[in-house]
Design a protein around this ligand. Sequence first.
Ligand code: SAM
Ligand code: SF4
Length: 358
Amino acid sequence: MTTRLPLPTPTLPPPRVDGAEQLIDTHGRVARDLRVSLTDRCNLRCTYCMPAEGLEWLPTELSLSDDEVIRLITIAVTRLGIRQVRFTGGEPLLRRSLEEIIAATSALRTDEGRPVATALTTNGLGLPRRLPGLKKAGLDRVNISLDTLDRERFTRLTRRDRLADVLEAVDAALAAGMHPVKVNSVIMPGVNEDDIVPLAEYCLARGAQLRFIEQMPLGPRDKWKREDMVTAGQILDSLRTGFELTPAEEPQGTAPAALWNARGVDKRELTGSIGVIASVTRPFCGDCDRTRLTTDGAIRTCLFSRTETSLREMIRGGAGDDDLAAVWAGAMWGKLPGHGIDDPGFLQPDRPMSAIGG
Ligand code: SAM
Ligand code: SF4
């Protein structure tokens, strides 16, 4: 496994302000990965993410229009060095124009002259019928969230009886040749720890890449307690009851998941890699290459930022691309070295995960 080094002392000059910068911060990190939230709404109500009644949704007029989102993505790619764009939410499939936004993104070329890599993080509801259009639009990769294989548990966890639809989505993505299809699982104490080994078996049997994510303090405030959370270490311990695990040799780079090669103890035919994202117990801020755009047009340099920079009123006030790029670069320049989530004094941001874009 890679050892994460502390961030170096800032030595860089401030960014240029002519709109042709990279997104660099004072610690020398360069953002290449843009996460775009396309809606804060969702058709599930995962208990770790949202309350049963949902949230106070953003009024439509405060959300970026398709043209505004596409303009900001274009600036990020053509002027600010972004090379991968991931669409998320809320549930991004609820955005009717998702295919058009992906098509416009896929048509862009990066600073290296390559097509932008596009990815989608989704709960999978309705994905099978949208897949042909999404592929045609140029979607490269898909991550599907699935926290349990047990129907009753799924219904309790997401407050909707839709497990069959999510399983259908995983199969459809695999059949459509999306590669790799990643499955994201959040493990909650006393809720779905029993699913760790079955989820691994399910993914390895199909050739999907499973990534367990430590639950983060970004949902309802009473749903996360540091002392109760299931840690990456505990997830690995559970996995070892069914699998031999060896650290994968491929470098982790800027990817948040530490990868393990797994082989079934009894089911020897089950082999493949499994990722564990230790966002809380082993933060990867030193390698972070992300920047985020919320549904209402705010730049966030970190999931856990307590401040953000809105570009929406600038766009609506007639700002030019140079000015927008300069403000984005300036926001990035001020990115903090870490989110402090591993610190007992950590304060949860005001926006929940679904409104930031996970
Ligand atoms: N609705 C889509 C989905 O569920 O994949 C996209 C948005 S969701 C906010 C993105 C990812 O964040 C999902 O994999 C979800 O499981 C994860 N997530 C949500 N709340 C979380 C939390 N409190 N801690 C860790 N992961 C969380
Ligand atoms: Fe919806 Fe995704 Fe949040 Fe679940 S995790 S409530 S699917 S936004």
